[in-house]
Design a protein around this ligand. Sequence first.
Ligand code: ASP
Length: 332
Amino acid sequence: MTRPRVHVLALGGTIAMTGPGGHHITPRLGAEELVRAVPGLTDVAEVTSEQLRQVPSTALTLTDLLAAARRVRSALDAGADGVVITQGTDTLEESAFALDLLLDPGAPVVVTGAMRSPDAAGPDGPANLLAAAQTAASHAAHGLGVLVVLDEQVHAASTVRKVRSFGPGAFVSPDTGPVGWVVEGRFHPRTVPAGVRTVPEPDEDRLAATVVGVLPVHLGDDPRAVVAAGGLGYAGLVVDSLGAGHVPPSFVEPLAELARIMPVVLASRTGGGPVHTETYAYPGSETELLAKGLLPAGWLDTRKARVLLTLLLAAGVPREEIGAWFTPAHVA
Ligand code: ASP
C-alpha cells in the first residue's frame, strides 16, 4: 500500500534547540534530524523535509509566514498529501492563524512545536511531530483549515492559544476545546471549526511595511499611549480592552480620534468570549466605542485580530470592508 506523502517544513523553535547540558539552548537541529528522531514516522508517511528558517519563534515575521504559505502550496502542488510546519511555541498561535488566513482550506496543514527541548528527560517534540504527521496524512483533516497539534490534541488555528510558559499542556482553545484528538495513531475529529477565512494574498514588501499596533488597557490606566499611537506610523490598532470591550472613560475621545485616521479594532483581553456589541452603555463601554467607529473583533482575541488586520491592510482591502472580516456571518 502506498503511504501518504507528508512534507515537513522547519522554522526552528525549542523542538530544534539544544545546548550544553540542556541549558542556554538555541535552534540547532535541522529538519532532517527532527524527522529522523521520530520513531515510527516513516510507517505513517513518506516524509520529505525542508529547512525554511532556523530561529526562535520570537524572530519570525508575517513575511516569513507568507514565505511558508507559498512553500506549503508548492509542496502540495508537487504531490504532498499534507504539510507539517515545526516552529517555536511562543508565537505559534499567531503563525498558525496567519497560515490559516493565507491558505485555502484543502489538504491538511498542521503546525506543531515542543515545550521541552530534545535534550530534556521526556522531550515532547518527537511525539508532537508524529501526531502532527498522522493528522497531516489523514483524509479527515481535509478542509478544516490550518490545525495545531500538541499533546495529542488537535486545535483550530483560529481558536488555539498558549496559556502557560512551561510544560506540555500549554495550548488550549478556551471557547471551543480541541476540534479533535490523535488516538492510536489516527486523527479523530470531534467537531468542525466554526469558520475558515481566506484573505487576499498581500504583496511581500507591503506586508513588511504594514505595522498594526496593540494597545493594552488596565485598571486606572492613562490614555497617553493612545494619543502617542497616532504619531507612530501604525496602519491600524487593536485595543486589548477590558472585559467585553471596555476602556476607562478617558480613553474614549483619543480612541475616537484614532478611529478617524486608521482602523481600530476592539478585542477582549480576557482570553475567551467575543467582545459585545449592544450590552453596556456607560462611558468607555463597547456601545460607545463602536458608535465612535471602532470595529468589534468578534470571537478573535487580540493576537489573532492583529494578524488579520495586518494581512487585510497589507492586501489593500478597503477600509469599509475590514469590519466584515472580523464578524462574517459564518463565524459571528
Ligand atoms: N522560545 C521558544 C520559541 O518560541 C519556545 C518554544 O519553542 O517552545 O522559539
